[in-house]
Ligand binder design. Structure first.
Ligand code: T3D
Length: 265
């Protein structure tokens, strides 16, 4: 493996991206942001990639922003840094990149996920967590609000009461509890995480990517629609997808009792 801050490996149609600053619990520097964005762009632009796995090296998934980074660390006597600029420049594009990926993204949360690291995982389409992993909305502890879409995601995932509790208290939420309250898809034994994530990504890779990306967008978008608007959006999407190759192939494969070969992206 290289010493890149984001390591990339490919197995068939699955691209695995590994955050790689283990000594600082894979916390984000500007360089790691740049490498992650480049890796996601490359995966999105490669027609051979049909699913992405995002994970961390060492004992953490990601501890959020590197608090020692001079771009954000307060300096005695100096003017305060504009953290909003950091969010707009790095975290917002990262969330939007994940949400516009043409293929599904699986988070394989191998250890602690704190601050922006927790919400980075929750921005992925399916979140698998090792049993020893944990999630911490660490922001309030340093006088900030949840970012990296935390304010948007948390109430949608677990309801307002739990979202506020998690965000205000900043307690460590164990993976099993995260699964129980619906914050993540599944919690698996530590030793099984990599294999389970690869198997899940492999399954998703064999599915109709374009329909899966539209499903993500439709579920996210429906939150701000009326029922009637959501029904109209479903009709629009079915019109679009119904004309595409994958629908023809899916129905043909069903009729012929064979496995479908989906190709649309
Ligand atoms: O600021 C802005 O630009 C706005 C954007 C904000 C986005 C955010 O993500 S804000 C939230 C930032 N993250 C945090 O507040 C989490 C800070 N970390 C922790 O609370 C703890 O490290 C953990 C609970 C995640 C893990 O605790 P533990 O006891 O297992 O490990 P540790 O000993 O605290 O950390 C191990 C090392 O990683 C340590 O370095 P050392 O002493 O071995 O050289 C520690 O300093 C380093 N580390 C952990 N988190 C960060 C970090 N270094 C820089 N930034 C970090 N976020």
């Amino acid at each position: 493996m290289s010493d890149a801050l984001v390591q990339e490996s490919t197995n068939g149609p699955v691209r695995t991206l590994t955050l790689n600053r283990p000594a600082a619990l894979n916390s984000f520097t500007q360089e790691m942001h740049a490498q992650l964005m480049a890796a996601l762009d490359a995966a999105a632009g490669d027609a051979a990639v049909r699913a992405v796995v995002l994970t961390g090296a060492g004992r953490a998934f990601c501890a959020g922003q590197d608090l020692a980074d001079p771009a954000v660390a307060p300096e005695p006597g100096a003017a305060p840094k504009d953290l909003g600029e950091v969010i707009s420049r790095f975290y917002k594009p990262l969330v939007l990149r994940l949400k516009s990926m043409p293929v599904p993204v699986v988070a394989a949360v191998n250890g602690v996920a704190a601050g922006a690291g927790a919400n980075l995982a929750l921005c992925c389409d399916v979140v698998l967590a090792a049993r020893s992993a944990s999630f911490i909305q660490a922001f309030a502890k340093i006088g900030l609000v949840p970012d990296t879409a935390g304010t948007w995601l948390l109430p949608r995932l677990v309801g307002r009461a739990r979202a506020l509790g998690l965000a205000m208290l900043g307690d460590k939420l164990a993976a099993e509890e995260a699964e129980r309250i619906g914050l993540v898809w599944r919690c698996v034994d530590d030793a099984a995480l990599a294999d389970e994530a690869a198997a899940l990504a492999g399954r998703l890779a064999a599915m109709p990517s374009r329909a899966l990306a539209a499903t993500r967008a439709a579920l996210d978008g429906a939150q701000s629609l009326t029922l009637e608007q959501a029904l109209d959006e479903e009709a629009r999407l079915q019109s679009d997808l119904g004309r595409a190759h994958d629908y023809q192939e899916g129905v043909a494969a069903f009729g012929a009792r064979r496995a479908p070969q989906f190709t649309d992206r």
